[in-house]
Design a protein around this ligand. Structure first.
Ligand code: NAI
Length: 252
């Protein structure tokens, strides 16, 4: 079986992905800041908002993993700087530090969001964040008006663009990267989105038959980590019960 690293494995979509990967025969390396109630595979504790903690994690993880699922994330109700660190700066740092230890042909999957699909309108901000590091986050938020829920949206916009931009970065080693963008999924943070977006979230939800569940997202991540998706590279896959199409069709 393959060895797969899953961040955010203690809850929601990450926990479902870790469990599915194990059922499919993978050896799972579960990463989270909190210990999962039921550990899948081997657990590594790390704070993905902290550079030194990520350095320790990268040193502790075994070499030769075949996949990395970047699923850990903070919701829009949390402090803007923490959201930007976990959802974007920490994710990018972990990935670039880990690539030299991954197996040739490895697949990377980033959990973005339907909240990131407005990226074409944010390209100046996204461009400015290209070299953003942990220490630079407070000044960046100040300079670009990244506060409140905007931090969440921005983190996902920039993550989608980063995924697309790095379609060929590790080409010589056959390493590829894709993103998955869920619509509203019933996990502990669904209430955070409804709290932040208010009436708009409720209107959007009404266009759907039901919210998603972690079991709707985990198989998509597993597919993008598998050899069957070898020719899928640098894409973002909305997985949303039709919500994005609803929004697009209402515009036409
Ligand atoms: P969740 O809150 O159930 O799970 C997130 C996990 O990330 C938790 O186990 C948490 O401990 C971990 N985490 C948070 N900060 C961390 C840190 N500093 N270091 C290490 N681990 C940390 O949330 P859910 O819904 O499973 O979210 C997973 C991903 O899916 C997130 O990136 C989220 O933005 C994204 N997403 C979720 C949607 C939803 O409606 N639930 C919709 C679209 C995207």
């Amino acid at each position: 079986g393959k060895t797969l690293i899953v961040t955010g494995a203690a809850s929601g979509i990450g926990a479902a992905t870790a469990a599915l990967a194990q059922r499919l025969g993978a050896h799972v390396l579960s990463v989270d800041i909190q210990r999962p109630a039921e550990v899948v595979g081997t657990f590594f504790q790390a704070d993905l908002s902290d550079q030194a903690s990520i350095d320790r994690l990268v040193a502790a993880l075994p070499a030769g993993a075949h996949g990395l699922a970047n699923i850990a994330g903070l919701p829009p109700t949390r402090p803007a700087e923490a959201v930007l660190k976990v959802n974007l700066v920490g994710l990018k740092y972990l990935t670039t530090q880990l690539v030299p230890k991954l197996a040739d042909g490895a697949a990377i999957v980033n959990l973005a969001s339907l909240a990131g699909l407005g990226w074409p309108e944010a390209q100046a901000q996204i461009h400015a964040s290209a070299t953003l590091d942990f220490d630079g986050v407070p000044a960046f938020c100040q300079a670009h008006g990244i506060e409140g829920a905007r931090s969440y949206f921005f983190s996902k916009e920039a993550l989608i663009v980063w995924t697309l931009q790095n379609r060929w970065t590790w080409r010589d080693r056959g390493i590829r990267m894709n993103a998955v963008s869920p619509g509203p999924v019933d996990t502990p943070i669904l209430k955070d989105f409804i709290e932040t977006l208010g009436a708009r979230a409720e209107e959007d939800m009404k266009t759907m038959d039901r919210p998603g569940t972690p079991a709707d997202i985990a198989p998509v991540v597993a597919f993008l980590l598998s050899d069957g998706s070898a020719w899928i590279r640098g894409t973002n896959v909305p997985t949303d019960g039709g919500m994005y199409a609803n929004v697009l069709c209402q515009m036409h």
